[in-house]
Write a protein that binds this ligand. Sequence first.
Ligand SMILES: O=P(O)(O)OC[C@H]1O[C@H](O[C@H]2O[C@H](CO)[C@@H](O)[C@H](O)[C@H]2O)[C@H](O)[C@@H](O)[C@@H]1O
Length: 315
Amino acid sequence: MQSRLTIKDIARLSGVGKSTVSRVLNNESGVSARTRARVEAVMQQEGFSPSRSARAMRGQSDKVVAIIVTRLDSLSENLAVQTMLPSLYEQGYDPIMMESQFSPKLVEEHLGVLQRRNIDGVILFGFTGINEKILQPWQSTMVLMARDAKGFASVCYDDEGAINILMSRLYEQGHRHISFLGVPHSDVTTGLRRHQAYLAFCQRHALTPNFSLPGLAMKQGYDRVAEVLTPQTSALVCATDTLALGASKYLQQRPLGALQLASVGSTPLMKFLHPEIITVDPGYAEAGRQAARQLIGQITHSCDLRQIVIPSSLQ
Ligand SMILES: O=P(O)(O)OC[C@H]1O[C@H](O[C@H]2O[C@H](CO)[C@@H](O)[C@H](O)[C@H]2O)[C@H](O)[C@@H](O)[C@@H]1O
């Protein structure tokens, strides 16, 4: 049962000041482990769940959801977030943004804070290495983005489909020496699945694969593109727009003759800077819309936990 106690009451019962309780709630530093444990024990014992009442007292929204992105500077995640926000606002939800930096530990910490603040739900951009156990308390009020997990709602991209579309287009155009710049297999979706789709296409069409898997950063595309270029290479598929932007900068500085670039992303920046690059849109905007709709449905108990896969489309 939810308690009617205030932060002041918790401070009194724990023998600390209000600011210390607030620090514990916000997971801030400056509180000893012993004090933190004492305050948490009191809150648990009293069934204390502060945020709704605190928000209501401040005249703020009582409907709050969190969006945990992996990187605030990710073009693809921003596109998804941009379409989540209007749906959330429309239904009266205030979003809180957090960043995980691909750190499972940070995800755990963020979820701890959100749980203590008793928020309504979470949209979590997933990644390899997150311990699914820490997600369990959120099973009915969480939507995973770009990853699925048994028993959770999710919105994913068709990684294999995106690469197949690009490879088929290049093959139709007559390219037979197609290289690939990607992401290490430790990243199961953007890394392993996209690379495997490239290899499978090469095998089906008797093409010789030529690839490098540097990572997600633009600089890695710039630094490593030369590794995959041979005198025969006529096309290059990049697993992400960001890698393609790095590769194209390298190619601008050292022109190597005609080379058709292709990438997964189709972000506005890429379309503006390089309309000549063939791109596939994995459906980031649609994914954002669907995730917001799904989460609201879960919070209001009006929809099941669905696993949604957004189809890719050639742009
Ligand atoms: O360079 P970006 O615009 O950031 O796009 C790169 C890829 O970002 C996303 O994948 C990465 O983050 C996912 C969580 O959002 C994570 O699950 C995945 O392992 C990471 O590679 C996005 O899902 C991809 O489509 C982008 O290509």
